[in-house]
Design a protein around this ligand. Structure first.
Ligand SMILES: *[C@@H]1O[C@H](CO)[C@@H](O)[C@H](O)[C@H]1NC(C)=O
Ligand SMILES: *[C@@H]1O[C@H](CO)[C@@H](O)[C@H](O)[C@H]1NC(C)=O
Ligand SMILES: *[C@@H]1O[C@H](CO)[C@@H](O)[C@H](O)[C@H]1NC(C)=O
Ligand SMILES: *[C@@H]1O[C@H](CO)[C@@H](O)[C@H](O)[C@H]1NC(C)=O
Ligand SMILES: *[C@@H]1O[C@H](CO)[C@@H](O)[C@H](O)[C@H]1NC(C)=O
Ligand SMILES: *[C@@H]1O[C@H](CO)[C@@H](O)[C@H](O)[C@H]1NC(C)=O
Ligand SMILES: [Ca+2]
Length: 515
């Protein structure tokens, strides 16, 4: 559009110029060919500075046409100027000349239209003024003035062209800027709406999240309230429990205090009791001293005969001195005048008599019940003087018998507690069932019997003065009634109830010969 506009303006200008020149016959604006390429500076009348390039080309000598090329920005214009020689002096001739048929680029129609338009819009006033001037000064004007006018007109046209083009360009730039701005604003708007949408979505999400959290919070709050109430209840329970415990503690403290009081009273009573005890002890001591001062209360009883002589005529437990120590013994104060020191007793089988040498030496059993006093004690007792031995027997049929030896003596352990007897008498057989000639004492672990090839203590059980193996063993196995017949290892006294009868009770005791 710009180019077209410029062309129109130029065409109008050129037309007026040509017509003017035509009227001024004889004046030629044809410059020499040598200066045509650079004539802009040397000829100020022909063009202004804005017409940068102006080329004149002579295609032939006959035609003498001139080509003018203008460069303006993107647009370049080429004008072909006709030769000035063939001169018709009318306006129509100018029109014909300006649209040469040789130039094929422009159709005749278009050219005509353009020409008429130019004539109406632009050229006529211009041409009129030019003609008027020309006519007024035609006579006196020189070619110089013509050139001056032409240059001025060209300059004006070029200025106009430049201005218009500049305006158009500026408009375009502004339009592009506005468009760019608008699009940018639209893009920004889009972006803004997008981000707004995003924000809305996020807001919705956060709102839902907040709602969820609120729900949770309310649930938690209710839970906390529940727990609080529970804890309150527990706390109250615990407080009650604490109060109860405190009351219990206080009552217990009271009880302790009362107990302490009682204890004080009791201890005072205790001291009173201790005082009483001391008094009692004192009286006991005085009694003892009284006793010791009397010969009947001597502590140095050497046997039950001593005890009897001291005035005790009741059978029972007494302490006598055997060797250097006190020995509890059972004293028989009734049989045949009393004063008997018992060293063997059996009546119900409560004590086991199947024992070894050591136990027969030191003794075993209960002095009040069945027992064996001990070979050592018997030896020491009987060594104090001359002693008699009495053996009391009782069978399961209620019969009693006894065997008595006037003389009884026992050797020490080195001689195996050998027994020597003399002066037998009694109801348990016409002759003694116990060997009198000094038989050693035998237990299952000490074979001192007179059987060369046997151990009588093993066969007949217990510990005894076995011969080979002899007619008696009062330390055999205790058989209860119904089982006491045909027992070789029972409690045997051959000359009383035979070789295989186990007796019900036995008692062996010694007493001084001269009692
Ligand atoms: C040119 O102007 C004349 C009168 O001044 C008019 O009659 C004619 O139609 C116009 N031509 C154009 C193309 O406007
Ligand atoms: C051209 O014309 C102007 C007035 O229109 C005048 O001032 C100027 O001096 C002229 N130039 C020459 C070279 O004659
Ligand atoms: C808008 O102008 C800027 C510079 O101002 C340019 O970088 C951008 O490419 C232009 N955008 C359009 C669509 O013309
Ligand atoms: C303490 O002794 C007194 C008399 O001495 C008696 O009356 C009181 O009951 C006794 N108390 C106790 C706790 O035994
Ligand atoms: C009793 O003791 C005396 C001295 O204390 C001593 O010489 C004597 O051998 C002892 N007798 C017995 C049987 O132990
Ligand atoms: C045997 O007699 C003693 C003393 O009397 C008694 O303690 C014990 O219980 C009696 N044992 C039997 C089995 O009867
Ligand atoms: Ca033997």
């Amino acid at each position: 559009l710009t180019c077209f506009f410029s062309v129109r303006v130029f065409l109008a200008l050129l037309y007026s110029l040509c017509s003017f020149l035509h009227t001024q016959k004889g004046h030629s604006i044809r410059p020499p060919s040598s200066s045509s390429s650079s004539s802009s500076s040397s000829r100020p009348s022909s063009s202004s500075s804005s017409v940068s390039d102006k080329k004149g080309e002579e295609e032939g000598v006959e035609k003498r046409r001139r080509l003018h090329r203008l460069q303006h920005g993107q647009c370049s214009y080429t004008f072909i100027l006709p030769e000035l020689d063939g001169g018709g002096g009318s306006h129509g001739a100018v029109v014909q000349r300006d649209s040469p048929p040789a130039d094929g680029e422009w159709s005749a129609e278009k050219l005509k239209r353009l020409e008429s338009t130019m004539e109406n819009n632009t050229l006529w006033p211009l041409e009129n003024s030019i003609q008027r001037n020309t006519r007024r000064e035609a006579a006196g004007l020189q070619s110089h003035a013509v050139h001056n006018q032409t240059a001025t007109m060209l300059e004006i046209g070029t200025n106009l062209l430049t201005h218009t083009a500049e305006q158009t360009r500026k408009l375009n730039v502004v339009e592009a800027k506005v468009l760019n701005h608008t699009s940018r604003i639209e893009i920004q708007l889009l972006e803004n709406s997008l981000s707004t949408n995003k924000l809305e979505k996020e807001l919705l999400l956060q709102t839902s999240e907040i709602d969820r959290l609120r729900d949770k919070n309310s649930v938690l709050e209710s839970k906390v309230r529940m727990l609080e109430s529970q804890q309150k209840g527990e706390l109250e329970d615990m407080k009650e429990e604490k109060n109860r415990l405190q009351s219990v503690v206080s009552t217990q403290m009271e009880a302790i205090e009362s107990l302490e009081k009682q204890l004080k009273v009791a201890s005072s009573n205790n001291t009173a009791l201790q005082r009483q005890q001391a008094q009692l002890l004192e009286s006991v001591h005085t009694l003892i001293s009284m006793v010791t001062s009397s010969p009947r209360w001597s502590h140095m009883w050497k046997d039950c005969a001593d005890v009897y002589r001291s005035g005790y005529s009741t059978s029972g437990l007494y302490h006598i001195y055997i060797g250097n120590r006190t020995e509890p013994v059972y004293c028989d104060m009734e049989t045949s005048g009393g004063g008997w020191t018992v060293f063997q007793r059996r009546f119900n089988g409560s004590v086991d008599f199947q024992r070894g040498w050591g136990e027969y030496r030191t003794g075993f059993g209960d002095v009040f019940g069945e027992h064996w006093l001990g070979n050592e004690a018997l030896y020491q007792l009987s060594s104090q003087g001359q002693y008699s031995l009495r053996v009391e027997l009782r069978d399961w049929e209620g019969n009693s018998a006894y065997a008595q030896y006037d003389r009884f003596s026992l050797t020490g352990e080195r001689q195996q507690y050998r027994v020597y007897l003399r002066g037998y008498s009694g109801t348990a057989g016409r002759q003694s069932s116990l060997n009198t000639l000094g038989t050693g004492f035998s237990t299952r672990d000490h074979d001192n019997d007179n059987c060369d090839h046997c151990k009588c203590a093993l066969m007949l059980t217990g510990g005894w003065w076995f011969d080979a193996c002899g007619f008696s063993n009062l330390n055999g196995i205790y058989y209860n009634v119904g089982h006491n017949i045909r027992k070789l290892n029972g409690i045997k006294w051959h000359h009383f109830r035979g070789p295989s009868y186990s007796l019900r009770s036995t008692m062996m005791m010694v007493r001084p010969y001269d009692f």
